[in-house]
Design a protein around this ligand. Structure first.
Ligand code: FEO
Length: 169
């Protein structure tokens, strides 16, 4: 039995993942317009990953016989105007998503829904990886500083990132 309370928490997380997709789409556009195609590609992979995260939750609600209720997705807002500032926002955002996933696990535990807790374990681990990847990139960007040549080298490196559909759950 999938409780109403847990169903609502899953629906809220679907919205949070779709917002992440939308935020990264806005960031992709920011870099497209700066002609940093490799960084834009990195965000394009993020967009696809967030979509998969949302659909994983969406499918799970249905698998449990629940009801998916989609809500409006907020307008994404970029907080800075530099490569470093955008990636600082990404880290802040991923830390927020981590806290939301943890809160969702808390609800599943509170409802004594072991199946949901087990399913959500994938998301808990994914957040560790997401935060780690962004911290690594932030460190590189801090080393790069104002060196445009080094930034272009990073851009070339990030152009090679490809999307691999995750196996969720
Ligand atoms: Fe779906 Fe980047 O968290």
């Amino acid at each position: 039995m999938f409780s109403e309370k847990l169903q609502k928490a899953f629906n809220d997380q679907i919205n949070a993942e779709l917002y992440s997709e939308y935020l990264y789409l806005a960031m992709k556009s920011f870099f497209e317009e700066k002609h940093l195609k490799g960084i834009a590609n990195w965000f394009n992979v993020q967009v696809q990953e967030e979509h998969a995260h949302a659909l994983g939750l969406y499918d799970y609600v249905h698998e449990r016989g629940g009801h998916v209720e989609l809500a409006a997705i907020a307008k994404p807002a970029l907080e800075g105007d530099s490569t470093l500032a955008v990636f600082e926002q990404v880290l802040k955002h991923e830390e927020l998503v981590t806290s939301k996933i943890n809160a969702l696990v808390d609800v599943a535990e509170g409802e004594k829904d072991r199946a949901a807790v087990s399913f959500l374990d994938w998301y808990v681990k994914e957040q560790v990886e997401e935060e780690s990847n962004v911290r690594q990139l932030l460190g590189t960007l801090k080393l790069i500083g104002d060196d445009r040549h080094a930034l272009l080298m990073l851009d070339r490196e990030l152009a090679a990132r490809t999307y691999v559909a995750p196996v969720i759950g």
